[in-house]
Write a protein that binds this ligand. Structure first.
Ligand code: WT7
Length: 702
């Protein structure tokens, strides 16, 4: 996606992003008095404290929420843009901040409450004291058995069980950099991440419950090790947790000398204590891989001090977490939301964080609400996809349970105002405040959101920048799009913040190209004002300063709030020998927002068949995972292309979503468009719709 300077300065025709967006303003909802009465952040002065004049020192307020071994000497070092350094000179340990420091006051309070999917198994509360014991024992195992030390990388492929945060915190205790791969990713996807991060240790589990069945998860580890080996990388040890200690549930054999049961090995470290390693504020804490415009996922490298300060500050002010709260973020820890807002932020604040193993609607539509009722959850955090799914499964279901949320969050995708209103009226019973938080894997924590006790809510809009974040919308001509203009453009953040990633693991150039190349004002400048961060999202700014996020402007499809690269899926398709060409586009989906749809051309002489279609589905599932399963696969005679041979995904996306294909006369093969359209939609042209804004922009930044 990186463009050359020449390319950027070319005067282009008006893009979709500049075309006025017609969208009615929604009415405002005000935070309930009861919520305001107990909120962490009620002082309107916060806007002044975190104003541009007080940048970057304002962020010391977040850093001071932590316990430091050594105080920092420089809040923000801008000497090597855009590689910003935060709280330089400071030293701290993340695990100490999330566990040890709470023992004096909260040792008997639940840190984690883990809810198994089988409803017959009771929830398991792990107190801060118990968490301390388990994390220490695991840290001892990682150090003394696996030979890991500060700076080493470890890949963790675990589902939503206590073992996951325990393993992460044990790594953080040692300064070992963890790279958690979402449990739903395939073994192959895990293997490429193992190789890229250079992890010599892979941590997995035999199985876990999902939708009433025990999933064989160990299989993924064996495939991952083999895939990493193909890339020339050796994994020395595979540490295998067991869902039921002592009973092995996987059909895949343990490999002698390589695979070890964690529950067995832990016995040797019973009662062991490991001193937390004092880390530099700038030492990497973890990697989190995410999809971008090219085929290869990016390892977003997050720092120790700035990251923890940022997630702690935003958990306190935006999530309104107090130690007394029961907080349930129904995301997966394998995504950034889970890292920041299930594990690190809430635990740094001594909260009780709920972890649910399974599917929100298993065994029925009431499950989510039964968990919330039983545990007396008062802060609930989820995605629009989950909200749509729960609403569809049981529109009145929440009213049947004694649930009382004071605060609810939506994150990951734009939320339709009518879905927002169901969340507010039926789930929140009009007593909860809602925050719609916009941010990305790269960002560490929230970028736009209302401040829950201070700002009114507007359905469908994320809100203004959170304290200390100054967003701006630029058009393709690099001009600022003013508030209230009714025009969409590219949302950027004008300033650095402590939660921003440090770099892309092993690829500093790509980091600069992807996020800073497009709007950098002066490459030689050491002034942060010259280096806006380009988020790759289209957005609009209303007159009241609220941002409405429209969606990705690059080749990334947001499936149920999870990022998938079109090019990653396309390369998976191309591993099927019969396929000559593949194009992947986003299709609108009622529940998941967007779902990939695949177009393929066969090699000459081959005939379309269901068998080929099945092979493509299988390839996508094994190379990426079931989350990337396409909505449809169309075998077409040819792809629409420009004269220079560029594949026009935008035209295919228009066909998939029954939108106007726009001007196709400049294509090398304009006739193919009608042929493909007929194949997909049938003889009669389907009535053209307005279509969602992000789809109009799809492919415009290629
Ligand atoms: C992309 C980032 C970090 C949260 C989980 C997703 C979209 C995120 C919102 C929101 C509209 C949103 C954007 C963004 N997105 N939050 N509140 N409203 N869109 O992290 O996988 O890195 O995806 O999710 O398109 O770029 P991610």
């Amino acid at each position: 996606m990186a463009k050359t300077v020449e390319d950027r300065n070319v005067v282009r025709e008006t893009t979709e992003a500049q075309i006025a967006v017609h969208w009615g303003e929604e009415e405002l909802y005000h935070p309930p008095a009861k919520f305001i009465g107990q909120a962490n952040l009620t002082d309107p002065d916060v806007n002044k404290r975190f104003s541009e004049e007080n940048f970057p020192d304002c962020f010391q307020e977040y850093a001071e929420m932590l316990t430091w071994d050594k105080h920092w000497h420089t809040t923000l070092d801008t000497n090597e843009p855009p590689f910003w350094k935060w709280f330089v000179g400071g030293k701290l340990n993340v695990c100490y901040n999330c566990v040890d420091r709470h023992l004096a006051k909260y040792k008997n309070k639940a840190a984690l409450i883990c809810v198994p999917e089988p409803e017959g198994e009771a929830p398991i509360a792990i107190t801060y004291q118990e968490l301390f014991v388990r994390v220490n024992e695991m840290a001892a195992l990682l150090r003394d058995f696996a030979g890991l030390k500060a700076g080493d990388r470890v890949t963790i492929h675990l589902p939503m069980l206590a073992e996951l945060p325990i393993t992460m915190l044990a790594c953080a205790r040692l300064g070992v950099i963890h790279s958690v791969v979402f449990g739903g990713f395939s073994g192959e996807a895990c293997g490429t991440r193992v190789a890229d991060s250079g992890s010599r240790v892979l941590i997995t589990i035999d199985g876990y419950y999902r939708n009433g069945k025990m999933v064989d998860h160990k299989a993924g580890a064996d495939i991952a090790v083999a895939v990493a080996a193909q890339e020339g990388h050796t994994v020395d040890k595979v540490l295998v947790w067991r869902r039921h200690p002592g009973q092995y549930a996987s059909a895949w054999p343990m490999i002698e000398g390589r695979d070890f049961f964690v529950d067995e090995k832990l016995k040797e470290f019973s009662g062991k204590r490991v001193d937390p390693v004092s880390m530099d504020a700038e030492a990497p804490l973890f990697l989190m891989y995410t999809s971008g415009s090219t085929g290869k996922p990016k390892g977003c490298q997050h720092r120790t001090g700035g990251y923890l300060a940022y997630v702690t500050g935003t958990s306190k002010y935006i999530q309104d977490i107090h130690p007394e709260d029961v907080y349930w973020c129904m995301a997966d820890i394998g995504w950034i939301t889970g890292h920041s807002y299930i594990v690190y932020g809430p635990l740094a604040l001594a909260a009780t964080s709920v972890i649910y193993e399974g599917v929100p609607t298993y065994p029925d539509a009431g499950r989510t609400w039964r968990i919330a009722e039983r545990l007396a959850v008062n802060i609930f955090h989820t995605s629009p996809t989950a909200i749509r799914m729960l609403r569809k499964a049981g529109v009145d279901e929440p009213t049947k349970y004694d649930i009382h949320f004071k605060h609810m969050t939506t994150v990951g995708e734009p939320i339709e105002p009518e879905v927002w209103r169901w969340y507010y009226n039926t789930v929140g019973k009009r007593q909860a405040v809602i925050v719609d938080t916009w941010w990305q894997t790269e960002n560490g924590g929230f970028l736009c959101s209302t401040k829950p006790a201070l700002d009114p809510m507007k359905p469908g809009s994320a809100g203004p920048g959170v304290p200390g974040i100054f967003p701006v919308i630029y058009d393709e001509m690099r001009q600022e799009v003013p508030a209230g203009s009714g025009k969409a453009g590219n949302i950027c953040i004008r300033n650095p913040w402590p939660g921003i990633m440090q770099t892309i693991w092993n690829d500093h150039k790509r980091f600069v190209d992807v996020y800073y190349d497009k709007y950098c004002k002066n490459r030689n400048s050491k002034d942060w004002r010259d280096w806006p961060y380009f988020a790759s999202d289209g957005a609009m700014l209303a007159a009241d300063g609220y941002f409405r996020i429209l969606g990705r402007v690059d080749d990334v499809i947001n499936v149920a709030g999870h990022r998938l690269g079109t090019k990653e899926i396309e390369s998976a398709c191309l591993t099927v020998p019969e396929i000559a060409e593949a194009a992947v586009v986003p299709a609108v989906d009622e529940i998941k927002g967007r779902v990939p749809e695949v177009y393929i051309c066969l090699r000459p002489g081959l005939k379309p068949s269901q068998e080929i279609v099945d092979k493509v589905t299988k390839a996508i599932e094994t190379i990426i995972g079931k989350i990337a399963r396409p909505k449809a696969i169309h075998i077409v005679p040819d792809m629409p292309k420009t004269r220079s041979g560029k594949l026009m995904r935008r035209v295919l996306s228009a066909i998939t979503n029954r939108m106007n294909t726009g001007d196709i006369t400049t294509l090398a093969n304009p006739d193919i468009v009608e042929q493909v359209r007929e194949l997909v939609q049938g003889k009669e042209p389907v009535v053209l719709q307005e279509g969602p804004e992000d789809l109009k922009q799809f492919g415009s930044q290629e």
